[in-house]
Design a protein around this ligand. Structure first.
Ligand SMILES: NC(=O)c1ccc[n+]([C@@H]2O[C@H](COP(=O)([O-])OP(=O)(O)OC[C@H]3O[C@@H](n4cnc5c(N)ncnc54)[C@H](O)[C@@H]3O)[C@@H](O)[C@H]2O)c1
Length: 415
């Protein structure tokens, strides 16, 4: 079996992590039971790029239990958990991932999983789908899935340019994904990453959150809960208004740059914090990004502006500017919750990965019936995931009576 991981001696620790993760992913374990019984992926190859965390490991084991043959690469040069990677290699998964890959190695790992000639391509960020489309003659995939907002932006662009060669299920756009993973998952794990990298005290700090989408909302809400004074920057008037009415200060980055102690970008956009902002920041300001790609804080400009650079400790670098101010960059400006912490907790990835598992199943069940478009996961699958999760955590809800259904569906009964 071909694989490349950091150290196979870590496999035992990886197994313990995977056990711990699975314990907190009851909904996915429920889906797995069906997969074990029906083996829907027997004879199918799945290639995936996902952050190699214990939660991803639980998903891989679930797909494998369903009969899939799997190749996996890490979602980011900094996000692989080497013990989990070793355990998955031992399971017989072709895994090419280790923490601290160079960008060239990251690309080579992506090539490797595509060489596996997949039927289904699971992606987080769109790198694998993009690569598959650059090797058009090689694609024979039934379809693919996409985990995150930034990936969907890229795949929708492929759809608009009529170059999409297979259908893609936008996992991110399920209610059971973005409402929980993007908001509460990132809300908690981003703060976790910032604290692990710095051990900074949050209460009383001025935290600038760039972007008030699902991720930004979660970060702003949880930072406020920690006692931070939160400033939001936005480009969308609706989101800006919403942030304002949620009780946050809203202003352009040009102003916020002067006020923040901690900056968190969460936009999926590039150049959100650039040199002109950095020059005006307070001495000691901390810069971090929780958007998918490392383009939100312009790290190249920061490096060029700096007269001195020191690594203070893991995931924390100091840059001294010509004006004497020291700025501190976390996780090289890469996704901080995965670079400096472990990503989202298992409980929330339980929902996201039920979506991945059931989207892969949906692609197989609808083989040949879908167009080369980006699809939202069907509502009934989304609802089913919410229902499985509620049941798994022991929460019951009311049901509409026939009379209520009739009332809600009528038009002629008012005041
Ligand atoms: N860290 C994680 O684990 C994690 C989890 C989920 C998503 N993500 C990533 O986080 C990013 C945001 O995802 P989302 O789901 O919140 O997207 P979203 O589309 O819901 O929100 C993005 C927001 O950023 C705003 N924005 C865009 N450009 C801006 C700019 N220059 N300045 C200020 N605001 C700007 C948009 O108006 C929008 O409101 C994406 O890159 C996504 O892939 C990361």
């Amino acid at each position: 079996m071909d694989y490349k991981v950091k150290d196979m001696r870590l496999a035992e620790q990886g197994n313990l992590q995977l056990e711990w993760g699975a314990l907190h992913m009851p909904a996915l374990m429920e889906v797995r039971k069906g997969f074990e019984k029906n083996r829907p992926f027997r004879g199918y190859r799945i290639s995936a790029i996902l952050h190699v965390t214990k939660e991803t490991g639980v998903l891989m084991r679930c797909l494998k239990a369903g009969g899939a043959d799997i190749a996996l690469a890490g979602g980011n040069p900094l996000s692989t958990q080497d013990d989990v990677a070793a355990a998955l290699a031992k399971d017989g998964i072709r895994i090419y991932a280790w923490r601290g890959e160079t960008v060239k190695e990251y690309d080579e790992c992506a090539e490797k999983v595509l060489d596996f000639d997949p039927d289904i391509i699971i992606d987080d960020g769109g790198d694998l789908h993009t690569l598959a489309h650059k090797h058009k003659e090689r694609i024979r995939a039934i379809g693919g899935t996409e985990e995150t907002t930034s990936g969907i932006n890229r795949e929708r662009s492929m759809e608009r340019h009529s170059i999409l060669k297979y259908p893609i299920i936008a996992v991110n756009n399920a209610y059971t994904k973005y409402l929980f993973d993007n908001r509460y998952g990132t809300g908690q794990s981003t703060i976790d990453g910032i604290i692990r990298a710095t051990n900074i005290f949050i209460p009383g700090k001025v935290v600038v959150v760039a972007g008030y989408g699902w991720v930004g909302r979660g970060v702003a809400m949880r930072m406020k809960g920690h006692g931070a004074r939160v400033i939001v920057t936005e480009v969308d008037p609706f989101k800006a208004l919403e942030a304002n009415m949620d009780g946050f200060d809203v202003m352009p980055m040009d102003r916020a740059a002067r006020l923040g102690d901690i900056f968190v970008t969460a936009t999926g956009d590039m150049d959100v914090i650039v040199g002109k902002h950095m020059r005006n920041m307070r001495d000691g300001a901390i810069l971090s990004n929780t958007g998918h790609f490392d383009v939100e804080v312009n790290v190249k400009e920061l490096r060029e502006m700096a007269v001195k650079h020191r690594k203070i400790r893991d995931h924390l670098e100091e840059y001294t500017l010509r004006n004497g101010k020291r700025l501190f960059l976390l996780a090289e400006g890469r996704i901080v919750n995965l670079g400096a912490a472990e990503g989202h907790p298992s409980e929330v990835m339980d929902l996201s990965f039920c979506n991945q598992a059931l989207s892969a199943l949906y692609l197989i069940e609808n083989k040949g019936k879908l167009e080369n478009k980006v699809y939202k996961i069907p509502d009934e699958v989304d609802r089913r995931i919410a229902s499985i999760k509620l049941k798994a955590i022991g929460i019951g809800i009311d049901r509409l009576s026939e009379r209520q259904k009739e009332y809600l569906g009528q038009w002629d009964f008012g005041t």
